[in-house]
Design a binder for this molecule. Structure first.
Ligand code: XUL
Ligand code: CO
Length: 436
């Protein structure tokens, strides 16, 4: 049975190809900096947008045509979607996929029934993974859609909701482990506040940390060795999200003794909403040893919300790959397309065009970044720019041998600081363009 009879397995045909259903840049076995593209990029397809996205928006219902989906919340419908999903994953040559528990498996009328549904679904997911070789990049729990989570999950004012969330994450970690998931993600969902008039922020943050410690303890107990990841995002859905950006997350993790157990899953559109570039977020997490994985997408310059579009901009993907290569790669993480087709792109084939574009954009970004690094023009410039720290007074400050008094003495003798040099931003921007 095939759900996409007109779609072949997508193959690399090179940059000159005019076949829209082919890769121009993503050539899985091509070696870059001693590693295959497949291993550098570890592409992953998300279940929530690709299999469950309908194209609905605040102004109207979904438009997507998905002939295989009967629109019901039944386990049978969920099992059917798995067939379709794995055909998509395999035809796109995606080595990984990712889910929220409720994307793959319907909520029942009690937690017991919900968990029983999940067991049936997990069995089928496992069989499909086995047959196809597609692996689970990460699992996560949806603790933001159901009305019980209106005040948050682990940061809810209602202790029972915390308990429900704990039970849900326990099960989601178990299923992630069962399916060999390489990571487990916590995106804040509704963990934040709309008004400080009704919020005890300190208590909520303490509860969030307690929740994460319970997750760490449980993972140890059952031998789940996947990497825990936190996905920073500001503004949506609450006015203030506790995990608003990389620096805020790292501060929180360090303050609550959680940093050894977590890394970050950085998402491009979230970085933009936080007022940062993705390159900034990647570099910040990278130099803190917390770069875990990325949710690859992009926003729209003219829209101020999380549009979750597929990335096609080579500047963006080059910047991402420069930062990722600089910090030694994505490790156990992946390039996970947390992206959805536009409401107007309602036909099933659009799912293929979207992913092909995203995969090619990252493959090209990887190649460009590797060229830039090979020539070393940019890194040499940075090295030169900081050379005053390599010897003399700079080296002495860096090694902790100087004080305010000694530096005053140094400057009184010298009279004034050495002259400054240009930052050469425009020249460097031009140099990046040599490679594009
Ligand atoms: C929300 C978002 C989530 C997470 C997983 O903006 O990015 O889909 O990736 O919960
Ligand atoms: Co995401």
């Amino acid at each position: 049975m095939t759900y996409f009879p007109g779609v072949p397995k997508i193959q690399y045909e090179g940059p000159k190809s005019r076949n829209p259903l082919a890769f121009r840049w993503y050539n899985p076995d091509e070696m870059i900096e001693g590693k295959s593209m497949k291993d550098h990029l570890r592409f992953s397809i998300v279940y929530w947008h690709t299999m469950r996205g309908t194209g609905s928006d605040p102004f109207g219902p979904g438009t997507a045509i998905r002939p295989w989906d009967d629109g019901s919340n039944s386990v049978d419908n969920a099992l059917k979607r798995i067939e379709v999903a794995f055909e998509i994953f395999e035809k796109l040559q995606a080595p990984f996929y990712a889910w929220h528990d409720r994307d793959v498996s319907p909520e029942g009328s009690s937690l017991k029934e919900t968990n029983a549904n999940f067991d049936r679904i997990a069995k089928s997911l496992g069989e499909h993974q086995q047959k196809s070789g597609v692996k689970l990049l990460w699992g996560t729990a949806n603790m933001f859609s159901h009305p019980r989570f209106m005040h948050g999950a682990s940061t809810s004012c209602n202790a029972d909701v915390f308990a429900f969330g704990a039970a849900q994450v326990k099960k989601a970690i178990e299923v992630t482990k069962q399916l060999g998931g390489e990571n487990y993600v916590f995106w804040g969902g509704r963990e934040g506040y709309q008004s400080l008039y009704n919020t005890d922020m300190k208590r909520e943050l303490d509860h969030l940390a307690r929740f994460f410690h319970m997750a760490v303890d449980y993972a140890k107990k059952i031998g789940f060795t996947g990497q825990f990841l936190i996905e920073p995002k500001p503004k949506e859905p609450t006015k203030h999200q506790y995990d608003s950006d990389a620096a805020a997350c790292i501060n929180f993790l360090r303050a609550y003794d959680l940093l050894p157990y977590f890394k970050l899953n950085l998402e491009t559109n979230h970085a933009t909403l936080a007022g940062h570039t993705m390159m900034h977020e990647l570099d910040y997490a990278g130099h803190q040893g917390a770069l875990g994985s990325i949710d690859a997408n992009t926003g729209d310059l003219l829209l101020g919300w999380d549009t979750d579009q597929f990335p096609t901009d080579f500047y963006l993907t080059t910047q991402c790959m420069l930062a990722i290569l600089k910090h030694g790669g994505i490790g156990k993480g992946g390039v996970n397309f947390d992206a959805k087709v536009r409401r107007e792109s309602f036909e099933p084939i659009d799912l293929f065009h979207a992913h092909i574009g995203g995969m090619d954009a990252f493959a090209r970004g990887l190649k460009i970044a590797a060229e830039i690094r090979k020539d070393g023009v940019v890194s040499d410039f940075i090295k030169q720019r900081y050379r005053s720290w390599d010897s003399g007074i700079g080296a002495s400050i860096e090694s902790g041998n100087e004080s305010f008094e000694s530096l005053e003495k140094y400057m009184l003798e010298k009279g004034d600081s050495a002259p400054n040099e240009s930052g050469r931003q425009e020249m460097l921007e031009n140099i990046i363009n040599w490679y594009l």
